[in-house]
Design a protein around this ligand. Structure first.
Ligand SMILES: O=C(O)CCC(=O)C(=O)O
Ligand SMILES: [Fe+2]
Length: 205
């Protein structure tokens, strides 16, 4: 796991670099330096299995799966042992299976990594990149076995993330997001507020 974690962190950073360059941020190096020196990298392992499913069913009507959400990250790299991850396609509003069709046919997605844009990249890019809305479909009650490993790269806990000051070589004219940190996200979650955090950051009009 240690080696995998290191490799996915390196992969995320090497993906982030051209993404920032694509925004024509005059000098992306200080941003990248912040991520590499003070950023957070977390690994989350989700195990969806029949025992847990049955336990949930006996207690309530709940079923295993994850409802639609975006990640708090800059970038998430996800490994799944079998299909189940769906991503919302903003162009037509339909959910798309994140595994390639050939993998679905073969019943596995072991050799593929999914890369998801998270909220922090949406804010930093002033909405040019949009956080990927994703969900995990519910397991069948009698045949549920799935593991996913998420590698979550973000700025540090107290870094206030806001639209980058200069993009496309010009001054940023109008920021569409408020600047907030991960600590603000934790306060938001603790407050019991139902609105997704990213929606509280968007500045309308
Ligand atoms: O299990 C998965 O495929 C996705 C998990 C996920 O979205 C998350 O941990 O944020
Ligand atoms: Fe997620």
């Amino acid at each position: 796991m240690g080696k995998y974690s290191k490799e996915t962190r390196n992969l995320s950073i090497s993906l982030l670099k051209p993404m920032l360059e694509s925004l024509h941020i005059t000098d992306p190096s200080p941003l990248l330096h912040k991520v590499t020196s003070e950023g957070m990298h977390m690994m989350a392992v989700n195990h969806y299995h029949t025992g847990l499913q049955q336990q949930l069913l006996s207690n309530s009507a709940a079923q295993i799966g994850i409802p639609p959400h975006t990640d708090h990250t800059l970038i998430t790299v996800l490994l799944q042992t079998s299909p189940g991850l769906h991503v919302l396609d903003p162009t037509d509003g339909n959910w798309k299976d994140a595994a390639a069709p050939s993998e679905i046919i073969q019943g596995g997605a072991q050799n593929t990594l999914q890369v998801l844009v998270g909220d922090q990249l949406e804010v930093l890019s002033n909405g040019r990149y949009r956080g990927a809305v994703h969900r995990v479909s519910q397991c069948s009650p009698d045949n549920c076995s799935r593991i996913s490993v998420a590698s979550l790269l973000s700025f540090g806990m107290d870094e206030v993330v806001e639209p980058a000051a200069e993009m496309d070589g010009d001054e940023l004219l109008k920021p569409f997001y408020k600047g907030r940190s991960l600590r603000d996200l934790l306060d938001h979650l603790a407050s019991g507020e139902k609105l997704p955090f990213i929606e509280t950051l968007r500045i309308m009009g």
